[in-house]
Every structure is written in C-alpha cells, then in structure tokens.
Design a protein around this ligand. Structure first.
Ligand code: SAH
Ligand code: SF4
Ligand code: F3S
Length: 464
C-alpha cells in the first residue's frame, strides 16, 4: 500500500520548525548541529533532509561534535561492522555531553528502526535523547521541539510499511552531484538482508514529483543526477499507471540542459531490455549499470531468494553489452553466505572472470538477527571466508587494473566534481574516477581529458 503523508501533517511540522527557529533566534549566537551519516545513498539523501529541517529551525552546521548543540547520527544496519562503529561513536559522545549538558543526541536511520537497538539505547546509552527510524524522519522537528522545551527522551520506531513525505526541505551536500529518490523501501526479502525490515515496502514517488525535483536540480546547476531506489527496476508497480523506470529515466533525460543521469540499484530479477534500450538511446544517460549478482552459484542464489539464476544474469549482461558496447558494469557480491562451499565460491570467481566487472563491492556475509539466513547452518570458519574474500579481491583488482589500462591513450569526456590533494577529481560517463591537474574553478564543468596513466582504482589524465 502506498501511503502519502498529508499536507496538514506536513504543515504541522513546518509550524513546529518555525517555533523552534524562534526559540533559537532568541539566543545570543546561532546554535550548531552536526549530522553524521553511515550506510548507503538513501541515507545520504535522508541526511540532506535532516540538514534541511535543521537549517529551517535556525541551526548552522559544524563537523566538530564538541561544539554541536545537536548531534545526529543517521545509522546503517546492513552489516554488523556498521552497527559496531555507531555504538563506539555514540559511546564517545558521553564526553561531549558532559562538557555541554544541553547537547541533544539523536540516533536515527535503519539501525534505530530495530527494537533490539532502541532497547539497548534506552537502557545502556542514557545520554541519547531522541531515537527514531526512517519512517518517522519527517517528524524530526516535533521530536526535537519536545526535548528542547519539555525535556525527557523520545523513542519513535513504530513498525510501518512506510509512507511518502514530499516537500521536506533539503540542504544538499554538493553543488555538482545530487541524489534524487524515485522510490523507497524494498519488497524482495533477500534472506540475508535487513533492509526490507527497516525501510518498509516499495513505494514510488509520482512522476510529477520526480520530474519537478529533477528540473529544480538542473536549474540549480547540478550536472550529475543519480536516481535512487533499493530496486529502481520495480519503480511504478505500486502506482498502477503503467509508467515504469525506463519511462522515468527517459523523461528526466529529456529535461533541457547539459547533465548526466545515473541510477542505483538495479535488481537483476526485473532489469528489462527496455531499460537498456532507453539507456542506449538517451545521450544524457550514463552507460553504467550497477547490477548486484551476490553469488555465482545457483544453489546459493536460491538460498538467498534472489529469484534469478546465473544463466539469466549472464544473459542480462550480454543484452546490456549488445545495446551499449561501452557499458561500465559494477556489482555487489557476498562471500561466505551460510552453507557456501568451495564449489559455490568457485562459481562466484568464474562469474567474475566471465563478466569482467569494472569494479566490485565485495562483502563478507554478516549475520543479521531477524532475517531467515541468520538461522541457516554456517559451517565455514571466519578464516575460510576471509581467504575466499582475499582471493576474490585479488582477482577483481587484476581485472580492474587491466580494464583501466585499456583507457590509456584515449580521450574521454569527464565531469570535474572536486579536489583531492594536488588533483582535481572527475568521473567518466561510466563513473570511473579520473584524476587531472587543473584549477578549482573548473569544478562543475565537463572537459575532455586524455588518459595518461592508470592503476587499480583510478585513471590519470591531462586536460585537452
Ligand atoms: N538493494 C540493493 C542492495 C542494498 S544493500 C540491491 O539489492 O542491489 C548493499 C549490498 O550490501 C548488497 O547488495 C549486498 O551485497 C550487501 N549486503 C546486504 N546484506 C548483507 C549482509 N547481511 N552481509 C553482507 N553483505 C550484505
Ligand atoms: Fe536487500 Fe535484497 Fe532488498 Fe537489495 S533487493 S535491499 S539486497 S532485500
Ligand atoms: Fe542503506 Fe544501510 Fe539502511 S545500506 S537502506 S542505510 S541498512
């Protein structure tokens, strides 16, 4: 079910933002907030909304928690390691709060949506003032006002299928690249994954809302727009209007202006030929597909509930390359899923060799309590998994290095997006990192670059 937060509910939150702004305006100096983001691009996009609400409420931003009046940690639950980092950093905030007892500490995001985490924060992290999950993001002003004026603590993690809240203010991170969510949530329930439990069901924004935001971004000068969803290929199924993701992609590309459109992530079970055709036909669409395969073994793919097999996956890769011979392919893969044998892992290696990805995001399986796979027998030891992981990374590094070396001598068009030490950083249409020498005023411009060098992770070039 697609639930939309009503205008009157949103107006109520806007009124509260104004009230908090008035409270803050009475202070001798503007209060400061720090927002720390863990996890994926969805969380980055949510943090831009948190900053937007904070700015409306009169906050300026700092990256130093010791001078922050409000500290927000927007957390990720996808792997145990991400959660451990958050607990470590929340623990460290006892010191900043001792120095500044009025500091308000907010833990939100996917990790906070889990009951066990909220309980632990309630019992053992008593300096935390506000805890809420992704479903309650739009109510942040109300929670903050309560702890500022009434005091006490707020916990809001009611389980929900999720809703859509439009019109939340945003403070974007950069001026060149922007995230644009087309849908929220996930219905796929891969057996290892926590995301469907904390992000709710799939729900699509309307084409009108998406296109209005996209036009706004282009007018504001953004040059690289990434359409976001856990599985963009199921965009529109809940709208019942027949508009699918390829249609949205085409319409965003049709907005006048010089910019690039990307998207993440595509689930192989519903990637279509229509999508590849649309990508090939629209020059503004990056020739890059992030198509997570997770495992090369059909047995493991079944146990993961991925609903495609190796043959179907490889068929998609071939189709994508037929439409776009220059397509950049990247993927996610999990090593050491419960029950993965040496043979299963050999299938993963052979798939990587066969596809030859440009880059790969490799993860060791992390047990997520509450997911089906957490109950599966898992005889492989941590050492065995680490050895498999190292082998896979070594193989991919060789492939990435070779693919990058093929660029040397070619001239490619890049978008310059930042500085890193003595280099400007830029991205090719397919999203590969190119370091070039040049002046900072070029940030936000497209340029032709002759590739002169390469390694596993990046290309090096000279402005033409
Ligand atoms: N919706 C995206 C993935 C989001 S999570 C998709 O399906 O493509 C990003 C990646 O984290 C996943 O693709 C998977 O490779 C990895 N991941 C998710 N749960 C994990 C777990 N329990 N252990 C290890 N890696 C995991
Ligand atoms: Fe997780 Fe699978 Fe949904 Fe991706 S598609 S978010 S891996 S359940
Ligand atoms: Fe993203 Fe982590 Fe949540 S990967 S959706 S922030 S669990």
């Amino acid at each position: 079910m697609r639930t939309v937060i009503s205008d009157s509910q949103l107006a109520y939150e806007r009124k509260i933002m104004q009230e908090v702004a008035e409270l803050n305006a009475a202070r001798p100096t503007s209060p400061k907030a720090m927002v720390d983001t863990y996890g994926c691009q969805q969380n980055e996009a949510d943090s831009e909304k948190i900053r937007g609400m904070l700015r409306e409420m009169g906050y300026e931003f700092t990256s130093d928690e010791s001078e922050a009046d409000v500290v927000v940690m927007n957390t990720c639950a996808v792997r145990e390691h991400a959660e451990q980092r958050v607990y470590g950093n929340v623990g460290a905030l006892t010191h900043t709060k001792k120095a500044n007892p009025n500091q308000k500490i907010v833990i939100c995001g996917c990790m906070a949506q889990q009951q066990s985490v909220a309980d632990k924060l309630r019992e053992s992290y008593r300096h935390v003032d506000i805890v809420f999950g992704p479903h309650a993001l739009w109510r942040f002003p109300e929670f903050l006002k309560k702890v500022l004026t009434v005091g006490g603590r707020v916990f809001e993690i009611t389980p929900s299928d999720g809703a859509i809240a439009e019109g939340i203010p945003q403070v974007r991170d950069g001026s060149v690249k922007a995230w644009l969510s087309v849908m929220y949530g996930c219905n796929n329930f891969c057996t290892y994954c926590i995301v469907p439990y904390v992000r709710g069901r799939e729900r699509s924004r309307t084409p009108e809302d998406i296109l209005a935001e996209a036009r706004g971004l282009v007018e504001a000068g953004y040059k690289d727009i990434t359409l976001l969803g856990q599985n963009v290929n199921s965009y529109g199924k809940d709208l019942g209007t027949g508009v699918d993701f390829a249609d949205i992609l085409r319409e965003v590309c049709a907005i006048p202006g010089d910019f690039i459109v990307r998207f993440m992530t595509s689930h192989p079970k519903d990637a279509t030929e229509k999508l590849f055709k649309t990508m090939a036909e629209n020059p503004k669409c990056a020739h890059h597909i992030h198509l997570p395969f997770q495992s090369g073994s059909d047995r493991i793919l079944r146990a993961m509930n991925r609903r495609y097999d190796r043959a179907k996956y490889l068929d998609l890769v071939h189709k994508a390359r037929e439409y776009m011979p220059d397509v950049v392919l990247t993927s996610d893969v999990i090593v050491g899923f419960p029950g993965e044998t040496e043979e299963d892992f050999a299938d993963t290696l052979s798939l990587v060799e066969e596809v030859e990805y440009d880059a790969l995001f490799t993860f060791i399986y992390s047990k997520r309590p509450g997911t089906p796979a957490a109950e599966y027998p898992d005889p492989a030891t941590r050492e065995m998994k680490q050895m498999r992981f190292d082998l896979l990374v070594k193989l991919q590094n060789m492939i990435s290095e070779r693919k990058h070396a093929d660029y040397v001598g070619r001239t490619v068009r890049v978008l310059i997006d930042g500085v890193d030490g003595e280099y400007l950083t830029s991205r090719t249409n397919g999203g590969r990192l190119v370091r070039v020498k040049g002046g900072e005023r070029m940030i936000g411009e497209f340029a032709d670059v002759k590739i002169t060098g390469s390694n596993t992770w990046a290309l090096y070039g000279e402005l033409v």
